[in-house]
Design a binder for this molecule. Structure first.
Ligand SMILES: [Zn+2]
Length: 124
């Protein structure tokens, strides 16, 4: 039996809400990374004897990279979501967000549910 992969679609307002939720989950991850870095510096520090400062620096470096990656992910997702929100109004009838979005799509083909006008929201 052959299965065809289904393309899941969401109404634009629901898709937008989910994108914002994911973006702010990345922001929370970024802030958590900052808390971890501050905690390590406060409770372990770099003025301990032996190899501990070297290990601490490695852990801080890795945590810092993960925190920066989380921030970049947050900002990219937030920017994309707001970019799409700014282009979600139908040029013909003025309806806002009255179309479905295929999840995971890079460019979003939109077809207004009110008047049938078609346009594509592409990455900037
Ligand atoms: Zn329309």
């Amino acid at each position: 039996m052959e299965t065809v992969p289904s393309k899941r679609t969401l109404a634009f307002p629901r898709w937008h809400e989910r994108q914002l939720f994911h973006a702010f989950a990345w922001l929370a991850t970024c802030l958590l990374g900052g808390v971890v870095i501050a905690t390590i510096l406060e409770f372990v520090g770099l003025d301990t004897p032996g190899i501990t400062p070297l290990i601490t620096l490695v852990v801080l470096y890795v945590t810092g990279l993960m925190t920066i990656a989380a921030w970049r992910r947050f900002w990219g997702l937030l920017s994309w979501t707001q970019h799409c929100a700014g282009r979600a109004t139908c040029a013909r009838c003025g309806a806002y967000g009255r179309f479905d979005v295929a999840t995971g799509a890079i460019a979003i083909p939109a077809e207004c549910r009110r008047c049938g006008h078609r346009w594509t929201i592409e990455p900037s």
